[in-house]
Design a protein. Structure first.
Length: 477
């Protein structure tokens, strides 16, 4: 008869599993930021008008509310390893606040009530003040934690790659109170410990002795994936000890794509592979950018589009626009639009990529392919929603079939909308892929883009695309 598990039946948890560990220091930082913003606005308003008008008091109240919400959502007061990263995050969040304030003033038709001089001085001075304040508090807290805050003696159970990465990360993270005394090997592990600066204290059978000897207050369980079943045994053995037990799942054994953590009813859910375009904020932001920018570019470039269309028509018989079926987001088929750059010819079963001195290409086609002007009709793809301005380039369907079993995770490129340009293209992998390794590198960049997508990354790629075209990086023929 099996022994009953005393932990099997537990009462429902009322608290959220994923808690916000906001510290007193973070709240102090936020309050000081609000004071800087408030004092600078009042000072400039009084300097110009001799009083603080009702319009400025109303704007200040709204700005404080926006800052509290926006700074929290964007993680301004997260514990960054580098001060530069913290200031960049602050700049983005402050920019969002100012944009919302400006739109609100425009929509309510109250923008004329404010002095442009006051607003410009306030926006710049308030940001500089917040950045200086962040620099001072960052360095002060850094010094305080190093010299005065009591450290928590901790060990890591595990000697694999995950344990090594965790040990080094905790050791160099100034914001964690832990001091890693050493690591403990599980008796079933086969990996060797290769970090002499962090001592190997013994194996898991000696764990209680190690806890008493070194006064351990926290254990990080970082066992490799095949030993995950041992986590419960460790938990049961250590439950009555007066220490914290933290489990670090070995998710890095998987090929991750845009991974994250969330919860449902107190159950932790690890998203190992997820499109960044789930319904909600991210999808709406990317859709809005695609619609607005593509429409603006179509209007702005309409004379050029007409000139290219006329040149294509006069260069050889055939349609102006070339349409070809491609695989889109999550494998949905769509027709990609291009200016026709080749003579009319019979397509092979497997679409042949254009090569240098390809006889199928017309003289006009050679120029527009070299400069990527043949891709401009894809602005209409972006406008209609079948493509995005930025994303993995859509390959021919036959190419997808060919490479899907030759390049690992090749089809994972379709977890986001295909784009007119992408991270791979600005990184030198544009045009013909001469061998499997070229395609493998292109896929790596595509997956990196999906995992790290943000509106700022899209804007960066859009900005760098014409620069890369001028420098002629890639193999476009």
């Amino acid at each position: 008869m099996s022994e009953s598990n005393p932990f099997a039946t537990q009462r429902p948890r009322n608290k959220r599993l994923l808690q916000n560990h906001d510290t007193l220091a973070q709240w102090i930082q936020h309050i000081l930021n609000l004071l800087v913003v408030g004092v600078t606005l009042c000072a400039f308003a009084y300097w110009r008008d001799g009083e603080i008008g009702q319009q400025y008091r109303t704007m200040l109240a709204f700005a404080i509310l926006l800052m509290t919400i926006t700074y929290h959502i964007m993680g301004v007061f997260r514990r960054f390893d580098r001060l530069e990263g913290a200031i960049q995050h602050l700049a983005r969040a402050w920019g969002v606040v100012i944009i919302i304030l400006a739109w609100t003033a425009f929509l309510t038709r109250t923008s004329e009530e404010y002095s442009r001089q006051v607003i410009v001085y306030w926006v710049l001075t308030a940001f500089i003040g917040q950045a200086l304040l962040l620099t001072i508090t960052y360095n002060w807290f850094k010094l305080y934690r190093r010299k005065y805050q009591q450290r928590i003696p901790a060990v890591i159970l595990g000697t694999g790659n995950l344990a090594l990465h965790l040990a080094k990360s905790i050791k160099k993270n100034i914001w964690l109170n832990d001091t890693i005394v050493g690591v403990v090997r599980h008796k079933d592990e086969t990996s060797e410990w290769n970090a002499p600066e962090i001592p190997l204290l013994g194996d898991n059978q000696d764990l209680r002795t190690i806890i008493k000897k070194y006064g351990i207050r926290r254990i990080y369980v970082a066992l490799p994936l095949p030993l995950t079943y041992q986590v419960k045994n460790v938990h049961d053995q250590m439950f009555d000890e007066n220490l914290d037990l933290v489990w670090a799942p070995d998710i890095f054994e998987f090929q991750l794509l845009n991974h994250s953590v969330r919860e449902v009813a107190g159950i932790p859910l690890l998203n190992l592979n997820e499109t960044p375009l789930m319904a909600g904020g991210p999808a709406f932001v990317k859709l809005l950018m695609d619609k607005v920018i593509s429409l603006a570019l179509i209007i702005l470039l309409s004379p050029l589009l007409l000139v290219i269309a006329l040149a294509v028509k006069l260069s050889s018989p055939g349609p102006i626009i070339f349409k070809q079926q491609r695989d889109g987001w999550d494998g949905k088929k769509f027709n990609v639009y291009k200016f026709r750059s080749m003579y009319i010819h019979e397509e092979k079963e497997i679409v042949e990529q254009a090569k240098k001195d390809d006889r199928r290409i017309t003289p006009v086609g050679r120029f527009i392919r070299r400069t990527s002007l043949d891709e401009l009709p894809q602005l209409f793809n972006a406008l209609e929603g079948s493509m995005s301005l930025v994303g993995p380039r859509p390959h021919a369907v036959s190419h997808n079939v060919y490479y899907s079993d030759k390049v690992k995770a090749y089809l994972a490129r379709h977890r986001i909308k295909p784009g007119i340009t992408g991270l791979a293209q600005i990184s030198g992998y544009r045009g013909e892929t001469e061998n499997i390794e070229d395609m493998r590198k292109r896929v790596e960049y595509d997956l990196e883009y999906i995992s790290n997508w943000s509106p700022m990354l899209d804007l960066k790629i859009l900005f760098l695309t014409p620069i890369r075209l001028i420098s002629k990086r890639g193999n476009a023929y």
